[in-house]
Every structure is written in structure tokens, then in C-alpha cells.
Ligand binder design. Structure first.
Ligand SMILES: Cc1cc2nc3c(=O)[nH]c(=O)nc-3n(C[C@H](O)[C@H](O)[C@H](O)COP(=O)(O)OP(=O)(O)OC[C@H]3O[C@@H](n4cnc5c(N)ncnc54)[C@H](O)[C@@H]3O)c2cc1C
Length: 367
């Protein structure tokens, strides 16, 4: 029996869990350590919107959009857990349509302009201004807590050793290799190490003399329960959105706040979210406010995630910084990390995502 696993994954959000699942499917032995319960940070907090899929010009998004329905079916077959994946379609209101329409056209995203009558027929409960309203039939959604539960269960069934309440406090090095991870419960060894710690990634790299500009960006959410479905399309107006669930719940998002590691919800943000929801769907005025929460998105300056080897190390890899798109991009991230750790050519070019594009080495640091 092997004394240490092929891979230690640090962080059990959607990124760490998806990578663990894909690596375990390849037959690699995987340990995953999370300092809390896996799937309890940004991945739990997110809205689960999967934007309308592009047909060209955005390879990571294209691959993820192809893989999400397959992954959902596989997870259901393996675990019996439905992740709530549903191509519910979206309705988006654009204040300044030209740039967005140019982008949709260049990427081959399917859309249709809606007239006032068309909108009323499609979604009678919506009270949106009729100008510049577009239907995006390919927009989909997933229920994050269900998806995370399915991933965790599928990992366990494939013998991933999941360690909850196990915080990695540092990495031990020898020359260009990571030799172990110091944790709150002892040292963990592995052949390869994958950092998937979302908004907390910077703190793990700094002791290695590496600076990576991932920062927490808070997003607040309010959850209403109308007890019956009032509308079925996801509604997007600027950075605000409504995600209707089949059971009558409606998730209202969100804010983008650069406030550090502060997960409080605030009176102003929740007031604004509720006002937006009731303005867009007046019948929501009588819905119960079930819960409000916030999560910390792993913000990346160019909004692209960091996927690839950490420069200077043979066996240290990174999958973090997915900002607003971590749920959407998790299937392609898992496949790319699987290819890298199996030392195979990746399914698509990693160039736009390599950590060294924005990673700097502290001047005084010597390894
Ligand atoms: C309000 C909101 C709405 C969003 N909506 C969407 C959406 O509609 N669609 C979409 O695609 N994305 C959305 N996102 C973004 C998405 O949720 C994130 O990009 C994604 O969850 C990031 O996943 P992750 O696994 O990298 O990070 P996380 O889920 O934060 O996971 C990181 C994990 O690492 C663990 N960890 C941290 N440090 C350590 C350590 N030292 N040792 C061990 N474990 C550690 C943490 O406990 C955590 O479990 C939203 C996010 C928010 C907050």
C-alpha cells in the first residue's frame, strides 16, 4: 500500500472537489484537506448561474458549458443526488446594449430581442421596462449546495480521503519540490500538491516568497420564499439578478465589495437587493425573507482564473481565482488539472491562465 497519496488538494470548494473527482476517476489516489467543512465558503454562497454558452472565442467557457450537463448526469448516476442543473434560460436587460450585443455576436451566443408583448407572454409576473430586453435560451442554473453534496459524495465513493477541519498552515520545500504540508492536525505528504483555496490563496503562497494578486470580493445574497414559482427564467439587470428555483424560492444577488475577509451582510445592500427584486417582480412583495448571506469571491485582476504549475516548483499546482465564474468554470478546470497532473497535454491552451502572468517573487526572498 502506498504510504502517501499521488495528490494532496488543499481547499474543498467547487474547484478542489471537482479536481479531486476528476483525478480520482483517472485512478490517482487523492487526499483533500479543508480547514472547515468542504463546500462551505464561496462555492456554497454563489448563485449557481451558468451563463449562455459561447460557441467560439472563449475556450474555457465553451468546454465547461459542454461538460456541465454530462457531469450533472454522472454525479446523479453515481450518487443519486440531483444537483438541480436546469437550462431555465435567462432574460437580460441591457442599459447600453451595443457592446454586449457585439460580444454575444462575436462569441456566437444565442440571443433574441424581446418586445413588450413577447416579454409579457413569456413571463407575465415580470415588470421590467420593455427597452433592450433579451432572451438568452442557453442560460442555465445549478443549486450550489446540492452540486457540492453530489461532488463530495462522488469523491468519497471514489476513495478520495476528505479531511475536514484540517487547515494547511504552510508548505515544506526542498530545492524545487514541495515535500509536505504542515496542517493543524499534523504533516501531510504527497507526490503532487494542488492549491485550491479560493480567496485565501495569497496567504499560502506568501511564505514561499510568491505574491499572487487574488483578493476577496464580497457578494451578498437574499433568499425569498414565494412558496410557488412566479417565473422561471433567470433575470439579469446589470450586476443584479434573480434566480428562480422550481420550489418557489428566489435568490437575489448580488454586490461586489472590496472589504477584505469580512462576511457580514449589511442593511444597505440587503435593502437594495430586496427593492430590486420587488421592482422586477411585484408579486415578490409578499414573499418571506428566508435567509441572507454573503460569500468571498476569489477576485483576479484580469478576471481569469489561475490554472497551472507554480513557477519554480516541479510538484506544486494552482487552481484558484475564478472570481464570478467558479461554479461555471469548475468542470473545465477539473479536466485541465487532471491533464496537468497526469503529465498529459492539456485539453486546451493554458497560456491565458498560467499563474506566472501575474505572480511576482518577493525581492528579498531566497529559497
Ligand atoms: C454571492 C456570490 C454569487 C456568485 N454567483 C456565481 C454564479 O452565479 N456562477 C458562478 O459560476 N460563480 C458564482 N460565484 C463565484 C463562485 O462561487 C466562486 O468563483 C467559486 O465558488 C470559487 O470556488 P473555490 O473552490 O475556488 O473557492 P471556495 O468555495 O471559497 O473554496 C475554497 C476552500 O478552501 C478552504 N481553505 C482556505 N484556506 C485553507 C487552508 N489554509 N487550508 C485548508 N483549506 C483552506 C476554504 O475553507 C474553502 O472551503 C459567486 C460567488 C458569490 C460570493
Amino acid at each position: 500500500m502506498k504510504s502517501q497519496p499521488d495528490v494532496l488538494i488543499i481547499g474543498g470548494g467547487v474547484i478542489g472537489l471537482t479536481c479531486a473527482y476528476d483525478l480520482a476517476r483517472e485512478g490517482l489516489s487523492v487526499t483533500l484537506a479543508d480547514r472547515a467543512a468542504p463546500g462551505s465558503e464561496a462555492s456554497w454562497a454563489g448563485a449557481g448561474i451558468l451563463p449562455a454558452p459561447p460557441r467560439q472565442g472563449a475556450p474555457l467557457h465553451e468546454l465547461s458549458a459542454r461538460l456541465f450537463p454530462e457531469l450533472s448526469n454522472e454525479l446523479r448516476a453515481e450518487t443519486g443526488i440531483d444537483n438541480g442543473y436546469q437550462r431555465s434560460g435567462g432574460i437580460e436587460v441591457l442599459a447600453d446594449p451595443e457592446p454586449t450585443l457585439r460580444e454575444w455576436q462575436s462569441k456566437g451566443i444565442q440571443f433574441e430581442r424581446l418586445t413588450g408583448d413577447g416579454l409579457r407572454q413569456l413571463e407575465p409576473a415580470l415588470a421590467l421596462r420593455a427597452d433592450n430586453v433579451f432572451l438568452l435560451p442557453g442560460m442555465a442554473q445549478v443549486r450550489n449546495p446540492w452540486h457540492l453534496r453530489a461532488l463530495e459524495e462522488a469523491c468519497r465513493r471514489r476513495s478520495v480521503n476528505i479531511l475536514a477541519d484540517c487547515e494547511v498552515t504552510g508548505l515544506e520545500t526542498q530545492d524545487s519540490r514541495i515535500t509536505g504540508a504542515k496542517t493543524s492536525t499534523g504533516k501531510l505528504g504527497a507526490r503532487d500538491f494542488l492549491i485550491a483555496t479560493g480567496a485565501w490563496t495569497r496567504g499560502l503562497l506568501e511564505p514561499l516568497g510568491l505574491s499572487l494578486p487574488i483578493r476577496p470580493i464580497r457578494g451578498q445574497i437574499a433568499l425569498l420564499n414565494a412558496e410557488r414559482p412566479l417565473f422561471s427564467h433567470i433575470v439579469v439587470v446589470g450586476k443584479h439578478y434573480l434566480v428562480p428555483r422550481a420550489d418557489g424560492r428566489v435568490l437575489i444577488g448580488s454586490t461586489e465589495e472590496d472589504v477584505g475577509f469580512d462576511k457580514r451582510t449589511t442593511a444597505q445592500a440587503i435593502t437594495d437587493l430586496l427593492a430590486f427584486a420587488v421592482g422586477a417582480v411585484p408579486a415578490l412583495a409578499g414573499a418571506a425573507v428566508e435567509r441572507c448571506w454573503s460569500g468571498l469571491r476569489p477576485g483576479s485582476p484580469d478576471e481569469n482564473p489561475f490554472i497551472g504549475a507554480v513557477p519554480g516548483y516541479e510538484n506544486l499546482f494552482l487552481a484558484a481565482g475564478h472570481f464570478r465564474s467558479g461554479i461555471e468554470l469548475s468542470p473545465a478546470t477539473g479536466v485541465l488539472i487532471r491533464d496537468l497532473l497526469c503529465r498529459r497535454p492539456p485539453a486546451l491552451s493554458l497560456a491565458p491562465f498560467l499563474p506566472d502572468r501575474l505572480m511576482t517573487r518577493a525581492a528579498a526572498f531566497r529559497r
